[in-house]
Design a protein. Structure first.
Length: 76
């Protein structure tokens, strides 16, 4: 899975669980930053959500759950 595929999966999960359109969640989620597995042994991706406080909290909870299933992604 690539970083952009992971982002698409996260956005689909958010829209399904919390409503709203994919475009709005895409703005809140932002880009997935992929790091080297050499320096990030437990998980090599991160996001920096932006938006309303409650939206950021929702995205952080969803990304934590997704990180358990997909700790590593490939660069795009």
């Amino acid at each position: 899975m690539t970083g952009s595929e992971l982002c698409d999966l996260l956005i689909r999960d958010l829209a399904k669980a919390h409503g709203g359109g994919g475009a709005r969640w895409r703005k809140v989620v932002g880009a997935v930053k992929v790091y080297s597995r050499d320096t990030h042994a437990h998980c090599n991706w991160d996001i920096r959500p932006a938006g309303a406080v409650h939206e950021i909290a929702i995205v952080e909870r969803a990304s934590d759950a997704l990180r358990v299933r997909h700790p590593f992604v490939d660069a795009d």
